[in-house]
Design a protein around this ligand. Structure first.
Ligand SMILES: [Zn+2]
Ligand SMILES: [Zn+2]
Length: 136
């Protein structure tokens, strides 16, 4: 059996995750607390939610970024796309940037393959097939 240090409290544990079962349980409790609070008071601001539940803003943000929680009306523009800054409800990027990020991953892969080909052509954008009236 393998013992590891819990990332949160530093105690030795033999669980499968990065944190011990004790911390995991606390984490779940916090998550559920925030979740049920938001369900009941969706208009609450983030600060209020944090105050009422005792869960820090940073922790709530983490839940949001992990996509486990959704932004409610009271904190509507708290979460911003990490790329373009437009308000989002969950995760890290807006749907637009999400697509771009996915593309970037492919692009990076390709540019690694085809090495340093160009610099000035970056903003040209992908080929756009604008075939209007193609629908039948
Ligand atoms: Zn722990
Ligand atoms: Zn974006």
């Amino acid at each position: 059996m393998e013992l590891k240090n819990c990332k949160k409290c530093g105690r030795l544990h033999n669980g499968t995750g990065k944190i011990c079962s004790e911390c995991l349980k606390k984490e779940e409790e916090k998550f559920n607390l925030v979740k049920s609070y938001l369900k009941e008071y969706p208009d609450s601001s983030l600060i209020k939610v944090s105050d009422e539940t005792g869960v820090t803003v940073a922790e709530i943000e983490r839940f949001l970024r992990e996509g486990r929680l959704q932004v409610t009306t009271g904190m509507s523009d708290f979460l911003k796309c990490m790329k373009c800054g437009s308000p989002i409800t969950t995760g890290r990027y807006c749907p637009e940037c999400e697509k771009k990020v996915m593309n970037d991953v492919k692009t990076v892969y390709r540019s690694v393959v085809s090495a340093n080909n160009d610099d000035g052509n970056k903003k040209g954008g992908p080929k756009m097939h604008t075939k209007f009236g193609e629908r039948k």
